[in-house]
Design a protein around this ligand. Sequence first.
Ligand code: 0PR
Length: 397
Amino acid sequence: MENEPFEEEYIFKKLKEFKSKDLSYSSGRILGSMCSEPHPLSKKVYMDFLDSNLGDHGLFEGTKAIEYEVINIIASFLSLDNPYGKVVTGGTEANIMAMRSARNLYKEINKIKNQFIKPFEVIIPKSAHFSFKKASDMLGFKLVEIDLDDEYKMDIEYVKENINKNTIAIVGVAGTTELGMIDPIEELSQISIDKNIYFHVDAAFGGFSIPFLNDIGYNLPNFDFSNDGVSSITIDPHKMGLTAIPAGCIIYRKKDYLDLISVDSPYLTSKKQSTIVGTRSGAASAATWAMLKYMGKKGYRELANSCMINTNFLADALFKEGFNLVTKPQLNIVGFNHPKIEIDDLIKAIEYKSWKVSTTTYPKAVRIVIMPHIKHTHIMEFIKDLKEVKKEFINTN
Ligand code: 0PR
């Protein structure tokens, strides 16, 4: 089919038609997403830096300086001076980079030339994000999945039992994808030191909340670089950081970890590259920088706190209505089910009332992520609908 040129007006009209089929965050109906409406400032800055490519950063020295500042500011939230890192596409790329660093470090220490010669193993909690499955497939290591304890956190005893000479890394999660729980990072850090194993913390979701909530007295577990065993941390500005997609971040304690995954790119202005993608958005760095400056610690404290207030309000209301909370929320995620309603039926009924929720797999439950676009009034409407759903089931069964 001939692709005829069209006028701009037609193009915008057609695109509007497509977009009208998308959901909007501002409707309050998206209850199961870890992303949110990007702040208008981050959208504006994104537009200004659309031509900037950090894959060839010699051409964009200004944006490179912005990325350097972003890494330093974010690392300061995570108790690290002199950090090394990159602004990447998201948590997946950051986690894959960390796993590459861990594998290459192990190979270097053990003088292994061929990457497929040994059955490398990475210890992750059962609750880890599926990006580690991608990393395992791409990098050729086996995932050793550790059971969770009663609070859906990684069970330390199983971690100890499963370490062996092929273990190249341990992963802990600070803000699990399904339930927002924080693994015992301090203990895992100590194990990593004792056994001399690379330790990566996936704080893609929790990284932009936990430090700020602790500033205002939430007393959440310490997950950052003040634990000496922590080698790297994933933290995503495009989740709780309010930056537009794509904006992820990987922070390393040591320069070596980044160098170990660098390849030569001799014909470019930048002679080495360590990220998975080549051509790399400088707009992500600029938009993140703008948000870090605009929000400041004060803004992120208020944001995280208001999400937690809404989360606790939802959790209390669910409890009062006779729903089971899977666990007491540590961050802004609530998992719940009902003793008398089949979970799949419950989800269907909620979706029938035009809410978009997600589900947890372990245990099976409705999963609600209270992101900044979810306001108190949305939660009130949701509870009202849930009461009706409950009535329908309890009366008819
Ligand atoms: N690590 C953790 C702990 C995560 O929760 C996620 C994504 C990642 C890593 C990977 O991050 P990227 O998706 O940025 O690569 N967690 C969300 C999830 O799977 C991603 C998401 C966001 C999914 C918004 C849907 C959605 O609407 O639930």
